[in-house]
Design a protein around this ligand. Sequence first.
Ligand SMILES: [Zn+2]
Length: 238
Amino acid sequence: MSDAPVIDHIIRSRRKTVALVVTPEGQLEVRAPQRLSRAQIEDIVAKKANWILKTLERSRKASIAISKRELVEGARIWYLGASHPLHVSEHGTARVQFSTGFYLSESVLPKAADVLTVWYKNQARHLLSERTEYYTRQFGLKYRSIRITSARTRWGSCSRLNALSFTWRLVMAPLEIIDYIVIHELAHIVQKNHSRAFWEQVEKMLPDYRSRRTWLKANGRLLDLSIEANESCLKVAD
Ligand SMILES: [Zn+2]
């Protein structure tokens, strides 16, 4: 049979039955009892050929879907609400440079996500400190400290002692959204809960906060390095 599946690995053990496994890398692994001959294993594989080929095909498609989101030349990633192309530079000295897009030196490409995360954290530290300073001065508030986190769904927090934290992912969002989160956390300096009084405080500081909050609810999950940045996905709040 010419189109019989190719066996990539045979793992023998004291097991009593045969298991056919299609690995996430799209390889066929056969787990077999010690006593089973190669010919017997090939016979079993041939009988299960349909299932194996179907499963291999599904695995191949899944790996294409994953590789679409890989950080490679031309991938688009968010910064301040716009998507920017990623370029791989062969002779770059800096690990990451940002101008009209992201320039990543080829040597760091295998750990692109880590290198970009460090870059985003630095941007977040500068920008969020600056916005917090600006608004605390404007509203006459005092905070204790700022910490940058890697939280996925929690954009910011304000502790009992007014220590603020913000996730670096926020710098993927437009500035208006960043400012909404900063003001939201600063409003917690006045009100430590999400009561009506709290939202009144937010509204006093940022009258159009509702549309910004709606935007973040609709689009927040797209602000992720593993998701292709596509501006047409972003829903504009009313
Ligand atoms: Zn809150």
